[in-house]
Design a protein around this ligand. Sequence first.
Ligand SMILES: [Zn+2]
Length: 374
Amino acid sequence: MKRFILTKLNTHTIKIYLIVCICLINLFNLSIVLASKCGELKNFGQLTIKFDHQANSIEQYKLDEKKRRQQLKSFANNFFNDYMKGKIDNHHLELIEECYRDEEYQSINQEINLAFYNNTVEIIAKWGELSHKFSKLLENSNSIIKIYGHNKPVKNLNAGYDRGKLSIFMDITSIKPEEWPIHFIHEQVHALDKILRQSVIYFGDPEIVDEIESIINNSLSAEKSGENDCILTSSQKEIVSKWCQASFERGIKTQMRAWSISTLLYLEAMNNNKITKIPWIEEEFLSKENSHLNSNYEWSLKDFKINGPKYVMNLLLTNFKVNYGDVFSYPILKNEIKRIYEDMNNNPVKHIEFDSILSTFFEIDNHVEGSKKN
Ligand SMILES: [Zn+2]
């Protein structure tokens, strides 16, 4: 009996040993796999100073911190350079997330965002006079970019400007390196666009939205009681008009400003042999098929500087579909949206507006009388 118990116990102990061994072997294998996977990141630089490093003195701490910052910076710069050579994909972004602990991961991420920002500004500055001017604007702006892979905030967009958070996201796994600076410029114009910022604030202003709501309700009850027209006061008319204008400013019109400037700087870079041709820019914003231009016509930088915004506005209008859904399905707003849209079609130049900073790239007087200059 005693012997039997002993044997039983032994088998049980052996089983436990076996399980522990298998777990240890698996852990060991996992760490080997992780170590070799994480080794790939060493190409960007080695991070030898850890965050939990206990310095013996303040001098030592300062020294370590300086060294750590330099390591992070060179890691991020090398990461950017490899991206520009087409060597980075989603796998690398995932590895960074997998191979570094929270604090390290955050610092690396921040440093990568900064490296992409600073290095791109430096590249753009060398394209020519206008691009240099634009890079100076960016040096003094507070705009930030966040680099993403497949886990980007908006699935179907390569890049975007979050109008609420006032930050830019860019997906390096779907933007081709040679097109990177153009996407960057486009999003930066949104970030610099004061008209966009003001219209976002106006469009979401709770007091204005309350006012719009009561105007809608009044118009609906007037309709019910058989009145043909809901009489608005002049200040109500102004609110409806400004609110509908704001919806265009944060949509098609900010795209017009962003594409005009991106295309202008693209032309400058092409002129100075700084970038290779980007077919979709040529096709969408410079193509003769898209315009009244005759077949021999090619845009010069100077021509585009004078006529570019008008041209881009016309192009966008041809492809633009007005959204009469949601809130704009109420007749009182729908009519105003329709009126503005028709006005834009009949007289696009009147709607070309750049704030004072962005207008320096084009010789544009704001609020020009469209019919005279069209
Ligand atoms: Zn845009």
